[in-house]
Ligand binder design. Structure first.
Ligand code: FRU
Length: 497
C-alpha cells in the first residue's frame, strides 16, 4: 500500500521534472529528479541494475522533510529516474527518512534500511530528534515499510550515548550469510563513533560493539559510515562534522575521512593503520559504495558541501548532484580512486598534443569544451630552472574561469572557482598537498573531468582527487594553460558524448 504522502510526492515529481530541460541538468552526473538532493542512499546492484536512492525533498530546491528519491542505471552513467521510494509517512519517521543502505535478500527482495526521524517536544518548547533504524522491503520500484519498525531504537544503544545522533546504517552480507551494519553515533564525550550491529536474517538486529571511535580526533559526529574489505584491507569511510584542518589533509567544517586498517571477519575487529581525506576539493560528502558483479568497489559521493549549499540563487528547479562513480583500490596503503572504466566508452573526438611547451599563457588547437575528459602530463623542461607555477584554466571566457594550479616547490595543487560567476562569499579555493614526492621535481599527472556544473581532478592516477561544483555560464568553454617558467606538457582531450 502506497501512502497518500508518497503518492503526492510521486505525482508532484512527475509533473515538475517536465519543467527542467536536459541542458539545465548535468550531462552524465546524477542529479535530483526535481527539487533537492543530498546523500547517496541504498547504492546497490539489484535485479540486473544499479540502484541509487538519495536524500530528497521534491517540493523545494532546499533541504526539507526527507524522502528517498530513486534512479536506476546499467552502467552508472546513464540514469533513469524511478518514482520516489520512501516518504515520511509513519509515526516513527514523520520528520524524515534519513540516509541508509540496501541489500538483496536471498529470496530476491530488495531490503532498505534507513534512519527514521521523529522530533520530540522538550519541556522548554524546543524540539529534539529521536533517530531510529527502520526497514522497507520491495521489488525495485515499490517498497513497504516493515511492520515491526523501528528495528533499532534507544534500547539498542550502549549506555550514555546520544539517541539524537544515531543514523545512516550501512548494511552488508558476510561470507557466512549473516548480516552486519555500521551506524553513526555520538558518545558522551560529544565526539563521533561507529556502532556495529549484526543480524541472522536482515530483519532482527542486535548491538555487537563500538566498531570505531573518533575520540575527538577527526571532527565530531561521524555521519554516513561505509565499511568494506578492499585489496586485503578493511576500509572505513565516514563524513565527520565540525572538523578542524590538519595541515593540508583535512579542512574546516564537514569533511570526509578514510580509515584503512586490519580487519578480522571472525571477531569483527577493525584496527586502524592509516587515515586520509577521501576528496581534497570543495564539494564531496557522504560517499557510499557498491560492489559490482565483477568484483569492483565503486564509490559515489554527494557533490556538494553543507557549509555553502544554501548560498545560491533561489530560482532553480533542482539542486544537488552526485559525483562520478569512482573505482577504488588500495595502493601503498592509501585509497586510490579512478573514474569508473565504463566512462571511457563515452569519450569521443580525441585531440592529442605531445611535448607542448607552456610558458606564459598558451591555448592549444581543439582543446576546449564543458563536457570534457582531459589528461595532462607535466614535466620540467630540461636545462631550465624548475617552473614556479603551472595552471590550467577552464570554463573560461572574457568574464569567467576556474583553475587548477600547481606550485612544484611547495607541492601544492589548488582549485580556484573565485571567477566562476559565484556571487556569494563562500569557499572558492582549496589546496591539496600532492602526496607523490616526484611532484616536487615538477612532475604531475592530472585527469580533469568537466560536466556542465562540475570539475573532478584525479591527481597522479587517482592517488588524490579534488572535486568542485561550478555554475558558470555554459558559453564559457575555453581552456588555456599557463606557466611561470616553462613546462613540457602532454595533453589528451576528449569530448563526452
Ligand atoms: C549527511 C546527513 C546524514 C543524514 C542526512 C539527512 O549529509 O546529515 O547524516 O542522514 O544527511 O538528510
Amino acid at each position: 500500500m502506497i501512502s497518500q504522502t508518497l503518492r503526492e510526492a510521486r505525482k508532484y515529481e512527475e509533473a515538475s521534472e517536465k519543467m527542467i530541460t536536459r541542458e539545465e541538468r548535468p550531462d552524465f552526473h546524477l542529479c535530483a529528479r526535481t527539487g533537492w538532493m543530498n546523500d547517496p542512499n541504498g547504492f546497490s546492484w539489484h535485479d540486473g541494475k544499479y540502484h541509487m536512492f538519495y536524500q530528497y525533498h521534491p517540493y523545494d530546491s532546499h533541504w526539507g522533510p526527507m524522502h528517498w528519491g530513486h534512479a536506476v542505471s546499467e552502467d552508472l552513467l546513464h540514469w533513469e529516474h524511478l518514482p520516489a521510494a520512501l516518504a515520511p509517512d509513519e509515526p516513527y519517521d514523520m520528520d524524515g527518512c534519513f540516509s541508509g543502505s540496501a541489500i538483496t535478500l536471498p529470496d530476491g527482495r530488495h531490503l532498505l534500511m534507513y534512519t527514521g526521524v521523529l522530533q520530540e517536544r522538550l519541556w522548554n518548547g524546543g524540539k529534539r530528534d529521536v533517530q531510529t533504524q527502520c526497514l522497507a522491503v520491495g521489488d525495485g520500484v515499490d517498497y513497504e515499510k516493515f511492520k515491526k519498525n523501528p528495528v533499532l531504537d534507544t534500547k539498542d544503544l550502549p549506555e550514555g550515548v546520544s539517541r539524537s545522533d544515531f543514523r545512516d546504517p550501512k548494511m552488508w552480507r558476510k561470507s557466512d550469510g549473516t548480516y552486519c551494519c555500521v551506524v553513526g553515533n555520538r558518545p558522551a564525550d560529544g565526539s563521533g563513533q561507529i556502532l556495529l550491529y549484526t543480524s541472522p536474517d536482515g530483519f532482527s538486529w542486535s548491538f555487537k560493539k563500538v566498531f570505531a571511535a573518533n575520540n575527538n580526533r577527526f571532527g565530531k559526529m561521524w555521519e554516513c559510515p561505509d565499511f568494506f574489505v578492499l585489496d586485503g584491507k578493511g576500509v572505513l569511510l565516514t563524513s565527520p562534522q565540525d572538523m578542524l584542518p590538519q595541515g593540508f589533509e583535512y579542512h574546516n567544517g564537514n569533511g570526509t575521512l578514510c580509515l584503512i586498517g586490519a580487519y578480522d571477519e571472525q571477531t569483527d575487529t577493525f584496527i586502524e593503520e592509516h587515515d586520509q581525506s577521501i576528496d581534497y576539493g570543495i564539494d564531496f560528502y557522504a560517499p557510499q559504495t557498491v560492489l559490482t558483479p565483477d568484483g569492483r568497489r565503486i564509490m559515489i559521493g554527494w557533490m556538494q558541501n553543507w557549509d555553502t549549499c544554501n548560498f545560491r540563487s533561489q530560482n532553480i528547479q533542482w539542486f544537488g548532484q552526485m559525483s562520478l562513480p569512482r573505482e577504488l583500490s588500495i595502493q601503498n596503503g592509501r585509497l586510490y580512486q579512478k573514474p569508473i572504466r565504463e566512462f571511457d566508452a563515452m569519450r569521443c573526438n580525441r585531440v592529442e598534443h605531445k611535448d607542448a611547451i607552456v610558458s606564459g599563457t598558451v591555448s592549444l588547437s581543439g582543446v576546449k569544451g564543458r563536457r570534457v575528459d582531459m589528461e595532462l602530463v607535466l614535466r620540467p623542461v630540461e636545462g631550465v630552472d624548475l617552473y614556479q607555477k603551472f595552471a590550467v584554466r577552464f570554463a573560461q571566457n572574457e568574464d569567467y574561469q576556474t583553475s587548477l594550479s600547481f606550485r612544484p616547490r611547495e607541492g601544492v595543487l589548488k582549485v580556484d572557482r573565485k571567477f566562476s560567476g559565484s556571487r556569494r562569499a563562500i569557499i572558492h579555493q582549496r589546496r591539496c598537498l600532492v602526496n607523490d614526492p616526484d611532484s616536487r621535481k615538477g612532475e604531475l599527472k592530472l585527469r580533469i573531468i568537466l560536466d556542465r556544473f562540475s570539475v573532478e581532478a584525479f591527481v597522479n592516477d587517482g592517488e588524490q582527487v579534488m572535486t568542485a561544483t561550478i555554475y558558470t555560464d555554459q558559453a564559457a568553454e575555453g581552456i588555456s594553460f599557463f606557466a611561470d617558467g616553462a613546462v613540457s606538457m602532454d595533453v589528451v582531450k576528449y569530448d563526452i558524448r
